[in-house]
Design a protein around this ligand. Sequence first.
Ligand SMILES: CC(C)(COP(=O)(O)OP(=O)(O)OC[C@H]1O[C@@H](n2cnc3c(N)ncnc32)[C@H](O)[C@@H]1OP(=O)(O)O)[C@@H](O)C(=O)NCCC(=O)NCCSC(=O)/C=C/c1ccc(O)cc1
Length: 395
Amino acid sequence: MAATVHLAGVINESQQTPRPNGSAAVLAIGTANPANCLRQDEYPDWYFRVTNSDHLTTLKNKMKRICEKSGIKKRYFHYTDETIAAHPEFLDRAAPSLDARLRITESAVPELAAAAAKRAIAEWERPATDITHLVLATNSIAHAPGADLRVAALLSLRPDVQRTLLCFHGCYSGCSALRVARDLAESSRGARVLVASCEVVTSLSFRTPDEASPEALVAAALFSDGAGAAVVGADPESPAERPMFYMVAASQATLPGTERAMSMRLGSSGYDFGLSAEIPALLRGAIAGCLVEALAPLGLVDTGGGWNGLFSAVHPGGRAILDSCETALALEAGKLAASRHVLSEYGNMGGVTIFFVLDEIRRRQHQDGGQKEGGMVDCEWGVMLWVSARASPSR
Ligand SMILES: CC(C)(COP(=O)(O)OP(=O)(O)OC[C@H]1O[C@@H](n2cnc3c(N)ncnc32)[C@H](O)[C@@H]1OP(=O)(O)O)[C@@H](O)C(=O)NCCC(=O)NCCSC(=O)/C=C/c1ccc(O)cc1
């Protein structure tokens, strides 16, 4: 472990660090992707060729059907043809390959996360040394000292920056990181939290297609690499700090009996993903009830017009996930336009994707001057799966 001294102070109540008056807000956003971009309509041919699997014609045709229905146009990958040529063990399920994969991700994750974070800090227009906390979420590493320490060094954050590393939160890691950032930002006045999410998970999961693992084929057709970052803080301290989304509440709900529906398991040959074909239907059945429970304490209720009065930042886990949300919540066409756009342009980058969706929503707010597609911008309140957000009235 790195030589880090952790101190916890206990003080008299009257001497507590003052807490901020307002809610934490997203003050800036940055995103980044690796250079290797592959078109989705060409991916099955490429994938079966480089894995020497062209003879598996039934499986290849299935992947083509999945890609056609994925709602994705292109995806980004840290790996390249050269990576695959240099690592024949990635193609052989029986060969141990985890060490080689983790050596790749150990440097790739902090570098990509820092690239996104640099853009967020540049937009924030304050020095990186004003960052008091760093929260990094990833499913793509398994080492300590972790990528959070390396990101802090790459960005020249101050030595006493308080770091939190969240690993193995799956596709909701971005929401987890934002929830933790919100709590940190609201717990001490002046806190400025750099929150980042980074996945190069395809380097941990790339392998030969297997007729016995159709779920792995779905993962191979959807997942993509990228990084997203935001600066989060309460009580803007200067005119340059422009809140774009106030994070007013966060909640989490787990559907009983669904523990096996979505899973990730890191083994000697990398990640195995479990993605039940039931996920879109499970979501369809549960989402409205979850929304009612999460929003009622905020006084937000469906008064008959459905949930179209909110803007929605939904993690685009797959085209069918978005369809399920749209159906279950009776959303008007275009209400999930930002999520669909991000899915189409980048694929499913796990927890990173939600940063791209928030970025896309605010871009549409600016471009359209309030006359946006799908009634998104004139909504004061919004919901992000699973963090509720309120758009700044000043934006
Ligand atoms: C794009 C898909 C994969 C296919 O499109 P489709 O409209 O369902 O098309 P088909 O029904 O014709 O399916 C095409 C083929 O794929 C197969 N398939 C179809 N899902 C499968 C399957 N999970 N296994 C294994 N074969 C399959 C299906 O059997 C079929 O095979 P075949 O008959 O041989 O053509 C679509 O099903 C889809 O988007 N599925 C959702 C993928 C998914 O689970 N994503 C979640 C990843 S985890 C995540 O991001 C978290 C999200 C989340 C978000 C919000 C929350 O609140 C909580 C969580």
